[in-house]
Design a protein around this ligand. Sequence first.
Ligand code: 5AD
Ligand code: SF4
Length: 480
Amino acid sequence: MNKNTDITKVFADAPAGEPERQLYFIEQAKNVLEDIEREAGRKLTYDVVTFGCQMNARDSEKLSGILDKMGFEQTDSEDADYVIYNTCTVRENANNKVYGRLGGLGNSKKKNPLKMIALCGCMMQEENVVTKLRESYRFVDLVFGTHNIFKFPELTYRVLSGEDDMIIDIWEGTQEIVEELPVNRKFAFKSGVNIMFGCDNFCTYCIVPYVRGRERSRKPADILHEIETMAKDGVKEVMLLGQNVNSYGKGLDEKITFAELLREVEKIEGIERIRFMTSHPKDLSDELIEVMASSDKICRHMHLPLQSGSDEILKRMNRHYTKERYLSLVAKLREKMPDIAITTDIIVGFPGETEEDFEETIDVVEKARFDSAFTFIYSKRTGTPAASMDPGADEATVKKRFDKLLKQVQMIAAEQAATHTGEVVKVLAEQRNEHDDSLITGRMSNNSTVHFKGDVSCIGSIVDVHLDECKGFYYYGTMV
Ligand code: 5AD
Ligand code: SF4
C-alpha cells in the first residue's frame, strides 16, 4: 500500500462522532510519528506558545495534552520540531508580535526538514490574517481557529502524513462543545476550567465576539464531573473561565445561575480554592456577592473590568452600566468582604474621549481604590463598531493620559497592598522562585504574589505565611 491509499483508508475508517473521532486520530498520529522517529533516529519535540488570556492558556493545555498522547516530547524552545502558536488578537500589537516571531520560525524551518508550524487561536478567525499567511508565510503547515480546536488531532495527523499545502481549517462558528479529550495541566495542583465559551456582549471596541463566537455554556454536570476528576487527581484550586461568567447558564435547558454553579463546585471534596474570571459589571448579582461572602473556598478576589469611568464613553462602548452603578458594586463588595481585592481593566483613548471623560476614569480609580489594574491604550480593531467612530484625541494626548492613569493606579495598588503587611495569610505555594532558588512563590486568596523562604516540598500545599514586607505589588514573607 502506498502512503496515499494508507491515508485514504485511515479517513475511511474514522468514526464520525466526537470525541471518538479525535481519539482515533490521536492513535493514528501516534503510529505515523513512530515511523518518522524511527527514520530520524530520535524523538520529536513540541512547543506550544501561548499569547493572550487565561482562555488561551487553558486551550494550550488541551493542545499539549493531545501532543503528549501522540508521543511528542514537550520542550519550551521554539527549536522544537512542532511549534504551535496559540494567538491573541484583542489588540493590534498582539498580531504584529506574532508576525514578527513567525519570521524567526521560518528561518529555523530551513535548518530542520522535520519542522512543523501550526497557528491557532483568535487571530486566525480574522479573514485578513489568513490571506496574509497564505501570501507571505507559505512555510506554515497548519492554521485553525477557535471553534474547532477539538479537531487538532485530525489536523495534526494530516500534517504528519505529509500533506504538502498549508492546511487551513477555520470555522465561522459552532454550538458544539466536545468533552473528554486529553489535557495536560501546567500545574498539578491548580487548573483552569472552561464553564462557557464565546461572548454576546459586543462591547464596541472588542473583537472577541467575532473571533470566539456566540456565548455557549457547558452543562453543569460536565463541569462538575471535570472538577471532581481533577480533585481526585490532586487539584486544589480551580479557576472557572468564561468571557462573562456572570451570565453563565443562558441557553441551557437546565435553569442555573453562576452563583448556583459556584455552590455546587464548593461541595467538591478536595477543592480548597475557587476563582473565576471574568465578571461583567452589568451582570454581577447580589446572589453572587452573597455566595462569595459566605464561602470559605471562593477566593477574595474580583476582577471587574471598568473600561471607562465616563457614562458617555460607557454608553458608546455598549457596556450597559454607569459610573455610579460600578462604584456601588465596588462598595457592596468591600462592605460584604472587607479583605477582597478588586482588580480591573481600563482603556484609555477610546474614540471621542475628552479630558473630562478621562478625569471621570481617574475619579473612579481614586474612589474604587483598585488593588491592581491592567491599563490599555485603545487599539482599533477592524470590523468592530468603534473602528468607524471619530477618533478624537491625538496620540500624544492619549499617551499623556495613559501615563497619568498608570501612575495613579500603581500608587493606589501599592497603598492597598501595604495594608496587609504584618498579617499571617494562607498562601498556595506554587513554584520555586525564578530568580532565587531558596524562595518559593505563592499566591494569597486575594491573588497577590508572595515570595517566602521554603522547601520545594511545600509546593502544591496551602501554607501560613507572615507578610514581612510589601514591595508594591508583591510581598516577601516567612512561613509560620
Ligand atoms: N483596545 C484596547 N484594549 C482592549 N481590550 C479589549 N479590546 C480592546 C481594544 N480594542 C481590553 C479590555 C478588556 C481586556 C481583556 O482587553 O480592557 O477587558
Ligand atoms: Fe469583549 Fe466586552 Fe465580551 Fe469582554 S464582555 S470579551 S470586552 S465584548
